[in-house]
Design a protein around this ligand. Structure first.
Ligand SMILES: [Zn+2]
Length: 390
């Protein structure tokens, strides 16, 4: 049994919001090309997804919304449902492309449920903002929520979802806000300073599911050490208590310093560290089962390809050393396609990711965020929010 499944097909590039829209599928193309040139995908069979069926999409979305998405490219009128806006422009083949993204994450989930893989990655997935009846934040259908819903019907009844995108994972939180079987944890830039304006520490889940929605809103320019300090102060303890059978992670990389849409100021090295940490947590607390999806990330050339190559490598246990030079073939191709772009030289930003564990008496804005989140949810899991050992 190969322990890891990678889902990819160039047809996924059809999810293209067009024009100058920041969500440009070239980021996926450049990622796969880079991973290939570094040997990360050698001998790996890339699994080709099929579009999710309407029935599968109905797990999360309402029929009227599917109809609106299908009709939108032909409609000469305002179709509503968040479609036709600057964030979510209507594009040709929108339904089919969005359903294929869902099919991609569902295929990854299926490989885990059938025991054919221990880990699976759907890099085109991670559309965590889509709501039951509307598109939001560049996301048409919510592949994360649909895959989790499917897994709940196929042998799993305790699933942890950890969202490291710079934006709040609002769509997934909403889908399982009243479901105690799913622990959703989102670390993101503070809602005061970034769309969608939700994800406060006080959002902890509805009655019957209290404590299974966890939010850690972080101040702008938190940087790698602060981010990792916050993550380690909150996430491992919760996973240990929750005892998931599977870990789902949304791995958006718009948290990077150079991302044009946000200001959390992480590095490619921070992203690499996050993936390695998620892998370790899946091993320790989720029986090794890990489903990773992509997400946001709008520095298309300098950031996404490197960070998600690290993600693919981590899932495949083929970790790429930060000092690895970018292959000349990749640099040539990108240089021709984007003349004038400043290309990265190595798989590192040479950032120092070393962090000090929480509980050393410091009290900066990151520590205040940590304390607020721990106080909001730790008691609901039998943990002491003020004891750093918990
Ligand atoms: Zn995002």
């Amino acid at each position: 049994m190969h322990p890891s499944a990678v889902v990819w097909d160039p047809a996924l590039l059809g999810y293209d919001l067009g024009g100058e829209h920041p969500f440009n599928p070239v980021r996926l193309e450049l990622t796969i090309r880079l991973a290939r040139e570094l040997g990360v995908l050698d001998d790996v069979e890339l699994l080709v997804p099929e579009a999710a069926t309407d029935k599968e999409l109905y797990r999360v979305h309402v029929p009227e919304y599917l109809e609106a998405v299908k009709q939108a490219p032909m409609a000469g009128w305002d179709v509503g449902h968040g479609l036709g806006t600057t964030d979510n422009p209507v594009f040709s083949g929108m339904h089919d492309s969005a359903a294929l993204v869902v099919g991609s994450t569902l295929l990854a989930a299926r490989k885990l449920a059938e025991g054919e893989a221990e880990r699976a990655v759907s890099i085109a997935g991670g559309l965590h903002h889509a709501m039951p009846d509307r598109a939001a934040g560049f996301c048409v259908y919510n592949d994360c929520s649909i895959a989790i819903s499917w897994l709940l019907d196929h042998g799993f009844d305790r699933i942890a979802y950890v969202d490291t995108d710079v934006h709040h994972g609002d769509g997934v939180q909403a889908a399982f806000y009243n479901d105690p079987r799913v622990l959703t944890v989102s670390l993101h830039q503070h809602p005061f300073t970034l769309w969608p304006g939700t994800g406060y520490s006080g959002e902890t889940g509805e009655e019957g599911a209290e404590g299974t929605s966890v939010n850690l809103p972080l101040p702008p320019h938190t940087r790698d050490p602060g981010w990792l300090r916050a993550f380690h102060a909150v996430v491992p303890s919760l996973l240990e208590q929750f005892q998931p059978q599977l870990l789902v992670t949304q791995c958006g990389v718009d948290s990077h310093e150079e991302d044009p849409l946000a200001d959390l100021s992480l590095s490619v090295d921070g992203h690499r560290e996050i993936y390695r940490t998620l892998r370790e947590l899946a091993q320790r607390y989720a029986g090794g089962k890990w489903l990773a999806v992509g997400g946001g990330g709008y520095q298309l050339i300098r950031v996404v390809p490197r960070s998600w190559t690290h993600l693919l490598a981590t899932v495949l246990d083929r970790d790429v050393s930060p000092e690895t030079p970018l292959p000349p073939g990749w640099r040539d191709t990108v240089g021709r396609a984007a003349p004038g772009a400043e290309l990265p030289l190595k798989m590192t930003d040479e950032a120092d990711t070393a962090y000090r564990p929480w509980g050393d008496g410091q009290d900066d804005p990151v520590d205040i965020a940590i304390r607020d989140t721990r106080r909001a949810v730790f008691p609901l899991h039998g943990l002491d929010p003020d004891d750093p050992r918990d």
